[in-house]
Write a protein that binds this ligand. Structure first.
Ligand SMILES: NC(=O)c1ccc[n+]([C@@H]2O[C@H](COP(=O)([O-])OP(=O)(O)OC[C@H]3O[C@@H](n4cnc5c(N)ncnc54)[C@H](OP(=O)(O)O)[C@@H]3O)[C@@H](O)[C@H]2O)c1
Length: 416
């Protein structure tokens, strides 16, 4: 398709889809041509927003097959909940194999799947249909993360040796839609929802840009999970009222921590430390990263942007997410991220995926990376369940479904 424009269809018109639309103003050679959602109104609102930004005039669909056979659709962005991944990919693969539309590629939001079996089925379906696939892990496209990696490798690693420790954390006060709070639907708690980001971003920092991702191999992993906040009585009530879910019978972890040991081609031991929580109250979503090497270090904190505002107690601003995602306050000293779709990496990832699909190339960040991250997350759940350090042996988690995904997790068990 080189020299042409890519027509992109969104499956899902929720929170993540809105971020992608916002970021699309910096994406070249592609238009958002279609939006599918179960609820027509939501798809229409997002389509109007896309049109207002000049990033396409999307046609609205409530039947996914109709959308996939639209000849203007060349690529699909899967932005719907985790529990409908396999069905959506099956529908895409069916249409592609029958050749009714003009599909070349599919990009999928994180986490790729809820468990290894689902991830493998998605890869099988999409590759059998001859489609390119991209994994939408926005954090490895964050300008600070990409530039940070470039600088530490260009100078720190070159003059003093490779980095040996990468830390990544993602924390906020809890997700925005009820399905995230139903682990039997979503697949888990914060480990599945957010550690996927931190695991991939910390791995990204450690591989040598000249040698590629495969130059480091995961060897061991250990992890812990806990419910620190949302199984307290008053917060169980709050979840019932806000989302109609019952954390007294179907809880999930709101805290997770993991260490992954990697080994490089020269036998050097490298570590990643990842922490995630839905029990953090600060101004809003906080993403932090650190990289340590022999004579250098790097750190990033998205709650320390260049813009802060101060509103006195006499200013009463209604609750919003105007300043920062998952905002917890509207007064006092507040960080404001000028363009979150850029800062969090949505814009750069979408631009990258579009360029790869137009060239007919498999994106470097693809579903095999998504599968590796699912394997690491399943091993993390297993390590917490067994209270053991585990070897990185994918066979251990080929058919593994964590207790939390089965609705059988006991929040008191892991740490005692
Ligand atoms: N990269 C990131 O940092 C990031 C951030 C947020 C989310 N995500 C990921 O993006 C995905 C979507 O999350 P979200 O926060 O956007 O969720 P959301 O706000 O709940 O929106 C979900 C969208 O999918 C549609 N949908 C719901 N159930 C469906 C079903 N059974 N079949 C087909 N469509 C369905 C919804 O339709 P209705 O119109 O009927 O509601 C809605 O349009 C998730 O996998 C999540 O992990 C990534």
């Amino acid at each position: 398709m080189e020299g042409k424009r890519l027509g992109v269809a969104f499956v899902g018109a929720g929170f993540a889809a809105r971020f992608h639309v916002r970021g699309w103003v910096g994406v070249r050679n592609a238009d958002i041509v279609a939006i599918y959602s179960r609820t027509e109104k939501r798809a229409r609102e997002l389509a109007a927003y896309a049109e207002s930004l000049g990033v396409g005039k999307p046609k609205v669909y409530t039947d996914i097959h109709d959308m996939l056979s639209d000849p203007n659709v060349n690529a699909v962005w899967i932005l719907a909940p985790n529990y409908v991944r396999v069905d959506i990919v099956r529908a895409i693969a069916e249409e592609a194999e029958q050749g009714r539309g003009n599909l070349v590629g599919v990009a999928c939001e994180k986490p790729l799947a809820r468990n290894v079996k689902e991830a493998r089925e998605m890869i099988r379906l999409v590759e059998k249909a001859g489609l390119l696939h991209g994994y939408l892990e926005n954090q490895v496209f964050m300008p600070s993360v990409m530039r940070g990696k470039e600088v530490v490798w260009k100078y720190g690693a070159k003059y003093s040796g490779r980095p040996y420790l990468a830390r990544a954390a993602e924390e906020h006060g809890g997700p925005h839609a009820s399905w995230f709070w139903r682990p039997t639907l979503s697949g888990g708690g914060v480990l599945l929802d957010m550690m996927c980001h931190s695991l991939e971003a910390s791995r990204y920092m450690l591989w040598d840009p000249e040698k590629g991702k495969d130059s480091i191999k995961p060897r061991r992993i250990w992890a812990d999970v806990a419910s620190l906040k949302w199984t307290r009585r008053e917060y169980i009530e709050r979840l019932k009222q806000a989302y109609g879910v019952d954390y007294s019978t179907e809880p999930a972890e709101d805290y997770a921590t993991a260490v992954v040991v990697y080994e490089d081609e020269e036998g050097n031991i490298l570590l990643t430390e990842t922490h995630t929580s839905w029990s953090f109250i600060g101004a809003g979503l906080r993403l932090t990263f650190e990289v340590l090497g022999p004579e250098y270090s790097l750190w990033i904190n998205t709650l320390q942007p260049e813009l802060f505002t101060f509103f006195s107690r006499n200013v009463k601003i209604p609750p919003s997410e105007e300043f920062v995602e998952k905002q917890n306050a509207d007064q006092g000293l507040m960080p404001v991220i000028p363009d979150e779709a850029v800062t969090y990496g949505y814009q750069a990832e979408d631009r990258y995926m579009v360029e790869a699909f137009l060239k007919g190339q498999q994106p470097d960040e693809n579903w095999h990376d998504g599968l590796l991250i699912v394997q690491l997350m399943m091993l993390a759940y297993m390590s917490a369940e067994k209270k053991q350090k585990l070897s990185f042996d994918p066979a251990l988690v080929e058919d593994y479904v964590p207790p939390v995904q089965k609705g059988a997790w006991n929040p008191k068990a892991p740490l005692l």
